[in-house]
Structure formats: C-alpha cells, structure tokens
Write a new protein. Structure first.
Length: 120
C-alpha cells in the first residue's frame, strides 16, 4: 500500500514538472512582445520617463535661477505663483532657497511657469 502511494506521488510530481516544462517558450514570447511594442511605438508617443521629468525640472529650474547661483531663492520663485505658494513646503532644509533636488519635488511641474515658457 505504501509503495502504491509513493508511486502515485512520484507520478503526480513528474506530471506537474512535465507540465511546467511544456509551457510556451519564453524566448518566443519575448520576441512577440518586442514586435508588439515596436508596432505600438510607431503609432503612439512614448510615455514620459523619469529622465524626461528630470530634464523638464532642470530646464524650469535653470529658467527660474536668474542669478545662476545654483539655487532658486524666494525672490526668484515669485515669478511663478504656484511655486511661491509651495516654496515653504519644498524648502526641506529651511535655508530659504531651493536646490535642484528640492525643486524636483514639485507636484505639478507644468503649473510652474517661467518667462522662458512665455508666461509670467
């Protein structure tokens, strides 16, 4: 009886492992996904990446940093009402100026208008 149970368990384990190996070839699936992504990228714009966001933040930061000292101080922030309103929250170290790292924490970067954006 014990031998029959062991044989049944071994057969079940073998069947399960065979089923796992019988799945679709991952390389073929990967190639199919790549082709699908390529066709979609030809028809739709790519989503913004974190690099794009960093670049946009850097561009806005540089436009706001009028004296080019590497910081946006309160006076420079006043050109953008949303930034002026959020300034105290963004100034983590409370030195009355924003570093690029602090500036990158702006929740809605598009709302921060600069003279280079054509807005005041």
């Amino acid at each position: 009886m014990k031998t029959q149970v062991k044989i049944c368990l071994a057969a079940a384990a073998f069947a399960l492992s065979a089923a796992a190996f019988a799945q679709e070839d991952p390389m073929a699936k990967s190639q199919g996904q790549q082709q699908k992504q390529q066709s979609m990228s030809q028809t739709t714009a790519a989503p913004a990446t974190s690099t794009d966001t960093r670049s946009a933040a850097q561009t806005k930061f540089d436009a706001l940093d009028a004296n080019h000292d590497g910081y946006v101080d309160k006076q420079e922030a006043m050109v953008s009402k949303p930034l002026a309103n959020e300034f105290a929250k963004l100034d983590n170290n409370k030195d009355n100026k924003l570093s690029l790292i602090e500036f990158q924490n702006v929740k809605d970067l598009a709302s921060i208008k600069t003279t280079k954006d054509g807005y005041q």
